[in-house]
Design a binder for this molecule. Structure first.
Ligand SMILES: Nc1ncnc2c1ncn2[C@@H]1O[C@H](COP(=O)(O)OP(=O)(O)OP(=O)(O)O)[C@@H](O)[C@H]1O
Ligand SMILES: [Mg+2]
Length: 242
């Protein structure tokens, strides 16, 4: 699974970095031709340089995100409270949401058992899901921009985080593809958010899935085994704390 993903990543990476590099080369060559022909003016050149800087920035961003994905960061797992994690992420995105006139509502379940997790990694997953939800509802009418983040415990010994939105939803035929590295429908997107999220969730022994929300938008959830459940105990013994 991981090997396939890395293989796909390499192909995707080559494409994602090559595109801006090819554009940079073309802009630079074009500008050079105009200068040599005595046709260049400063405004035009400034615009070309801006485009070159933008594309260089994009290539660098791809590499930065990829590094983050592939980095063998020491995972640091401890007993975490699902609600505390999500509260912090909501505080973090509040300004961005307000700026886009979106209210992110938190509906935390009470009495959740702790999960054994790396809080930074799980917050990264939540951040990716919430940012996707903000992107999804942003084009909707101001009265129809709903993003709700819920937590719940299940009878299967897991805790779930679910992000519901009132955007256009994820169509059934894209439900697998959206988790592939570099799959994106956004002009400024890299298509890394869900791929990274799935990798992080699965490394915790959890699952992530897309469904349909009550508004017909997306409802993307993930589950992690609780610390004292059978799966959680085996994670403790199996190396998560080593
Ligand atoms: N809540 C959502 N509603 C509708 N479509 C979604 C939602 N979340 C993800 N998608 C679709 O899945 C694609 C992949 O999402 P992913 O988070 O991996 O990448 P991205 O958001 O495009 O870019 P980024 O790397 O910046 O996160 C999105 O481009 C979008 O088409
Ligand atoms: Mg995203």
């Amino acid at each position: 699974m991981r090997v396939t993903t890395l293989g796909e990543m390499a192909t995707g990476l080559a494409h994602e970095v090559n595109q801006p590099l090819a554009a940079i080369a073309a802009y630079a060559r074009g500008a050079s031709v105009r200068i040599k022909g005595g046709k260049a003016n400063w405004d035009e050149l400034a615009e070309v340089l801006d485009r070159i800087a933008e594309d260089a920035h994009r290539a660098a961003e791809v590499v930065r995100r990829l590094r983050q994905f592939g980095k063998q960061r020491e995972t640091d797992r401890s007993a975490v409270d699902a609600n505390e994690l999500v509260q912090e992420v909501c505080r973090f995105v509040a300004a961005e949401a307000a700026h886009r006139q979106i209210v992110v509502t938190l509906k935390p379940a009470t009495g959740l058992p702790p999960v054994l997790a790396d809080p930074i990694e799980i917050q990264q997953v939540l951040l990716n899901l919430i940012l996707n939800a903000l992107d999804a509802v942003a084009p909707m009418d101001a009265t129809c921009r709903h993003v709700v983040v819920r937590t719940r415990a299940t009878a299967r010994g897991t805790v779930e985080w679910i992000v519901d939105d009132s955007g256009p939803g994820i169509s059934a035929n894209l439900k697998e593809q959206v988790f592939e590295p570099f799959f994106t429908s956004k002009e400024q997107g890299l298509g890394m958010g869900l791929a990274i999220s799935r990798s992080l969730v699965e490394s915790h022994g959890g699952r992530i899935w897309p469904r349909r929300s009550k508004w017909g938008g997306a409802s993307v959830g993930f589950s992690l085994p609780i610390m004292d459940g059978p799966q959680g105990r085996s994670l403790c013994v199996g190396g998560a704390r080593q």
